[in-house]
Design a protein around this ligand. Structure first.
Ligand code: NDP
Ligand code: HSE
Length: 448
């Protein structure tokens, strides 16, 4: 049997606590799988009194721990940018391999960590950073290395999926569904990283980087959250045979006469048909669709968060790193050789569902249709309700009341739709634009 692979852990909270438990409970099996004992030799935390069970393993000096002679691998489950970045750079510089679940850091500055790993010939693994337990990054980096990925799209944030599922099932408002998510422990006291889309945007950056061999950071990801989604939007989606999901979409856009091949990464709530497999992903679960030229469509589904599921991904990385150490090598590294440009969001085409309150009189529909035409946005369907007449032509109890107009467009660039909506808002006949939601069919390869 080879010498033990000695592990230092930074942080011992929700994820770290489960990593320790699994390391202890499965010690013999992990040894057999790794080809050497995997031994925890130190744990850095802020408040050691909270972790009496770790005894002499504990330290508050994380910096000293990551460079200790008797450490081979550093597992980082602290989270956030600093001190995690400095600690991991120190560790890599000292030749230690790194396993981390830190999506925020990888999405902001993964390039610096990857360069440090390359410089020292150490491993940098981070399966747990996207979609918790779901094996997704290794398939992108290794299993699909011989294929050309065209799209990675899915639900990568459990908190927002729980909220949107609750709104769909019960008709609850956003505020009530968020309260429920907080009460059940899905949403944190400050839910902004989840509900404003930043958590999903970090994950989109990591997925796009691996899928398209192009460095994509969180700043490159267009990001909208779910705070503005109303019960009326959910009802409108239901009426169209759709559900609303917070989607992370990473696409390869082919070259055109005007633009080179590029990468689009974006996060926003969108209507998707109830017939799409992602529509059936409810509650706190995650699911990701991958499309590749030769492989076709693949779907990954499972628990995207939580201590034990996330620790499963950390342990998988730890065994991989240990195996590499046992044979004296390093695993496949990520590559950013393609270095594709980021497609400007304004040029990304999507279908839209636009809902507005308008004066119900002759010529208004024509004026509104004209505005869409002037901005090059083609209308696919129109529906009117309320106002001076009902559908069957019977007189309305309130003649002269505004009418609700709902339009669904064909795919149009984001910038064209935005200027069209701004122009509609300025029309005398338009009392208000209630909502603008994207409609994604997710059924076609690549960017339209
Ligand atoms: P927690 O907040 O539960 O735990 C954080 C741990 O880090 C605590 O043990 C804390 O110490 C320790 N810590 C914080 N600052 C320092 C510091 N400066 N020095 C040493 N230790 C420190 O976080 P989670 O376990 O939930 O998350 C960890 C990572 O995993 C994050 O990057 C997160 O994004 C990622 N992740 C989490 C998932 C989840 O479901 N929770 C899912 C997927 C990824 P102390 O205990 O003393 O307070
Ligand atoms: N807050 C995240 C979620 C945890 O709700 O999915 C996993 O990254």
């Amino acid at each position: 049997m080879k010498d033990a692979i000695r592990v230092a852990m930074l942080g011992c909270g929700t994820v770290g606590g489960e990593v320790v438990r699994l390391l202890r409970d499965q010690a013999d099996e992990l040894t057999a799988r790794a080809g050497a004992p995997v031994e925890l030799v130190g744990v850095a935390v802020r408040r050691p009194h909270k972790h009496p069970e770790l005894g002499a393993l504990l330290t508050t000096d994380a910096s000293a721990l990551v460079t200790r002679e008797d450490v081979d691998v550093v597992v980082e489950v602290i989270g956030g940018i600093e001190p995690a970045r400095s600690l991991l750079l120190e560790a890599l510089k000292a030749g230690k391999s790194v396993v981390t679940a830190n999506k925020a850091l990888l999405a902001e500055d993964g390039a610096t960590l990857a360069e440090a790993a390359d410089a020292s010939g150490a491993d940098l693994y981070y399966e747990a950073s996207v979609a918790g337990a779901i094996p997704l990054l290794r398939p992108l980096r290794e299993s699909l290395a011989g294929d050309r990925i065209t799209r990675v799209a899915g639900i990568v944030n459990g908190t927002t999926n729980f909220i949107l599922s609750a709104m769909t099932e019960s008709g609850a408002s956003y505020a009530d569904a968020l309260d429920e998510a907080t009460r059940l422990g899905y949403a944190e006291a400050d839910p902004s990283a989840d509900v404003d889309g930043y958590d999903a945007a970090s994950k989109a950056a990591i997925l796009a980087t691996l899928a398209f061999h192009t460095r994509v950071t969180s700043a490159d990801v267009h990001c909208e959250g779910i705070r503005e989604v109303t019960a009326a939007d959910i009802a409108a989606a239901t009426g169209l045979g759709c559900v609303i999901k917070l989607l992370a979409i990473c696409e390869r856009a082919p070259a055109t006469a005007d633009a080179p091949e590029s990468v689009s990464a974006r996060v926003y709530p969108a209507m998707i048909p109830t017939t799409h497999p992602l529509a059936a992903v409810d509650g706190a679960f995650n699911a990701v669709f991958v499309e590749a030229e030769a492989a076709g469509q693949l779907m990954f589904y499972g628990q995207g968060a939580g201590g034990a599921p996330t620790a499963s991904a950390v342990l998988g990385d730890l065994v991989a790193v240990a195996r590499n150490r046992v044979v004296g090598g390093r695993g496949p590294r990520e590559s950013a050789y393609a270095s594709l440009p980021i497609r400007p969001m304004g040029t990304v085409p999507t279908r839209y569902h636009v809902s507005l309150d308008v004066a119900d009189r002759a010529g208004v529909l024509s004026t509104i249709a004209g505005e869409f035409a002037r901005h090059g946005v083609s209308i696919a369907a129109v529906r009117q309700s309320g106002g001076g007449t009902t559908y069957d032509g019977a007189p309305d109890p309130e003649p002269g009341a505004p009418a609700r107009l709902v339009l669904v467009t064909h795919a149009a660039p984001e910038a064209a739709l935005a200027t069209c909506v701004a122009a509609l808002t300025g029309l005398e006949a338009v009392h208000g634009v209630d909502s603008v939601l994207r409609v994604e069919d997710l059924g076609r390869k690549g960017v339209r």
